[in-house]
Design a protein around this ligand. Structure first.
Ligand SMILES: Cc1cc2nc3c(=O)[nH]c(=O)nc-3n(C[C@H](O)[C@H](O)[C@H](O)COP(=O)(O)OP(=O)(O)OC[C@H]3O[C@@H](n4cnc5c(N)ncnc54)[C@H](O)[C@@H]3O)c2cc1C
Length: 415
């Protein structure tokens, strides 16, 4: 048995785990961060890199009901679903849909607004401290419609305005002025002007991890096999050894539910899988910011390697075989908006970890002192990682978290 007891072991070095580890270390705790891969190699690598001030409306909102008939055909680029998975996870599907009613929008929007606001502040500070300031763009994020969607855009704008989030309604000419190199296919746009984006989310997470080790944190590469309560402390069993800690933070993203099963927790997590493919940019035709094509159901982000096209949601088992149907649908549409060259590298697949209310779990595990849960950050985990970690570190240290964490309490689903 190792002699030393560390204050905190953080499991998982995605954006959430790295942020937690850094925030705990910044509070003077001794911290070990463990991942089987390099930091920022999984979901936190392959996302669209948007640090979004405006993503306060969860995906399960009343517009989902309207869209449901077209999604049921299982041909839409926004959502593909596996009927066998849906039957096996009917409870999750029912709870997810139950949260799509109008009365459930504002409480969750308010909760996410607090989390996102605190995160944006931290990202902007940390990215400079981590010497990765050149990776952030303060050019906003454009949601754009091909059809006549002024009413839909205005409705989104009104919700953002309720929370003091600035946005600009754009017509075709305004869009061309903002993005002069794209084909003018969009009639209506909503610019989330307070949103930032990065040119490599994986590299940003790696830079934050270097900031953690630079501050005296201990980063270890190993497979976490189990966590075992051990006389008021925790024994973290790794493939190549053990660590004894006062506190353990589970920040394993879509793998978080696996490790908690042996402690009797059944986490209602689904996996909103998504894909990306990158393409060589055409230097004469560049994107200035990420564009969300609302009718085409895809996103395009200018990245370090090229234009990254990300797909909609595929609801199925986390480890089920890949299907490229959604990407096949949207890549030709993206090519019709901006010229780009051949594909670079392989198609990437990741899983957005999602709980039925689309809010993450941030807080203590109900039945185990010293066990902390930090996962379920769904579509906006790259955005919300920093403040997820900062709140966990504050709570471990006995300090108030930087925003209201009550809506994220794990005991809303776990007992
Ligand atoms: C297509 C797509 C686009 C997205 N776009 C955006 C966006 O633009 N903006 C945004 O804010 N969010 C976006 N997201 C969501 C965001 O990427 C995720 O919510 C976020 O990355 C989750 O971070 P995480 O740290 O919880 O998980 P992860 O990044 O997956 O980290 C979990 C870590 O746990 C490690 N791990 C797992 N099991 C073990 C084990 N047994 N032992 C050791 N290590 C283990 C993994 O190696 C991994 O590094 C997108 C997601 C997808 C799929």
């Amino acid at each position: 048995m190792p002699e030393e007891t560390v204050d905190v072991v953080v499991l998982g070095a995605g954006i959430v785990g790295v942020a937690t580890a850094y925030a705990a270390r910044a509070r003077g705790m001794s911290v070990v961060l463990v991942d089987r891969r390099e930091p920022g190699s999984e979901t936190s690598y392959g996302n669209a890199g948007i640090i979004s001030s405006g993503s306060i409306s969860p995906l399960n909102n009343p517009s989902l009901w309207k869209a449901l008939p077209k999604y049921l055909t299982n041909r839409h680029a926004a959502l593909r679903w596996n009927p066998v998975w849906a039957a096996q996870n009917a409870g999750w599907v029912a709870r997810f849909l139950a949260n799509s009613v109008g009365s459930r929008v504002r409480p969750r929007a308010a909760a996410l607004h607090g989390l996102i606001g605190a995160s944006l502040k931290l990202h902007r500070e940390w990215i400079v401290q981590a010497k990765a300031g050149h990776r952030i763009r303060e050019t906003g994020w454009l949601k754009a419609w091909r059809g006549d969607a002024v009413a839909a855009a205005k409705q989104e704008q009104a919700l953002l305005a309720e929370y003091g989030i600035a946005s600009e309604l754009l017509d075709r000419q305004d869009i061309s002025a903002l993005e002069p190199d794209i084909v003018p296919v969009y009639k209506v746009g909503l610019l989330n002007s307070q949103t930032a984006s990065v040119d490599s989310p994986g590299e940003v997470v790696k830079a934050y991890a270097r900031m953690f080790t630079g501050a005296g944190g201990d980063l270890r590469q190993s497979d976490v096999k189990a966590i075992v309560p051990d006389g008021g402390r925790w024994r973290v069993v790794l493939a190549d050894g053990e660590i004894i800690a006062r506190h353990v933070v589970v920040a394993l993203g879509p793998w978080s539910s696996d490790i908690l099963r042996s402690l009797g927790y059944r986490v209602p997590m689904a996996f909103e899988r998504g894909y990306h493919r990158e393409f060589k940019p055409n230097p004469a035709r560049s994107l200035r910011r990420p564009i969300h094509d609302a009718d085409g159901s895809f996103l395009m982000t200018p990245m370090e390697q090229g234009v990254r096209v990300t797909s909609g949601v595929e609801l199925t088992g986390r480890d089920a075989p890949s299907s490229f149907a959604q990407l096949d649908q949207v890549v030709p549409l993206a090519r019709g908006v901006v010229e780009f060259g051949d594909a670079v590298g392989e198609i990437w697949r990741g899983s957005r970890p999602t709980l039925p209310d689309s809010l993450p779990m941030i807080g203590p595990a109900p039945r185990h002192a010293g066990l902390w849960l930090a996962f379920g950050n769904q579509h906006i985990g790259f955005t919300t990682g920093p403040a997820t970690g900062a709140a966990i570190a504050a709570m471990i240290g006995g300090a108030p978290p930087p925003y209201d964490v009550a809506p994220f309490a794990p005991d809303r689903y776990l007992s």
